[in-house]
Design a binder for this molecule. Sequence first.
Ligand code: CP
Ligand code: NVA
Length: 309
Amino acid sequence: MTADGARHFLDLSDFPASTLRAMLDAGRDIKARRRTAQDAEDKPLAGKVVAMVFEQPSLRTRMSFDVGIRELGGEPVMVTGKEIELGEREAIGDTARVLSRFVDAIMIRMLNHDQLVELASYATVPVINGLTKRSHPCQVMADLLTFEERKGPIKGRRIAWTGDFNNVLASWIHAAARFDFELAIATPEELAPRADLIDWAKAEGARLDLGHVAEAAVEGADCVISDSWVSMGDADGERRHNLLRPFQVNERLMKRAASDAIFMHCLPAHRGEEVTDEVIDGPQSAVFDEAENRLHAQKGVLAWCFGAV
Ligand code: CP
Ligand code: NVA
């Protein structure tokens, strides 16, 4: 929240668990009444226009925000970072101040997290992080919703991440500091989480089990998560593939998890790399519920940004 009251959604770490829980509950409730008579009357974004700014490609974030804004009664307007030469044609602060005169909220995907924070500091309307190189909080809100739909409360459960440290994992670490579950992380040593983030999470009470062996992280887990080995903005693809090959989620690895464990992946997936077809198309996979839940979880976030939660 800024001094002038705009409710930004930049990182899960900015919020107490109670606020995140209120957004998740709102998303779950809005999902339950989707396309009912009650839903037709409940339009917290009525008369509002939301800018969607994309510096990088997107399917899920683009579609889920566009559809979600419309279903909540608002109007999306999309521009690409290229069209407005984001961060090049004018100062980020000027872009933020101009957009704030036209629209009621800004959802933005840009790699440079510091620039996102700068943009939010100048915006007088809510700013939502639609992915930066540092974090992907909307994704993890959808993941939390998906886990709890399938498995019940996440408190006390074991969630396993196998792969590199990236934006999605950073938001999972933020979530672990808020929701009292165990987060087991296996990364190559060279691609391990930032020490300052781990120090922060531990100081906040997160229960982290850090290591470099996928089998150990997955042991007894209620959920196994993987992500692309080469995120947007990563240059060293070949090196990453070599380092990450032992972290693939396949049937052999899934057998280490609890027998009723689910598999999650934010998508897009690289089949045969971080996950095999057998797992992503198998009975334990929750990946398409997870993609759909971007829509519902983000409605909870949007409702909070507009003061309806
Ligand atoms: N998971 C996710 O954010 O997908 P997109 O990059 O397609 O938006
Ligand atoms: N870690 C991935 C997530 C894509 C939704 C990336 O940043 O490219």
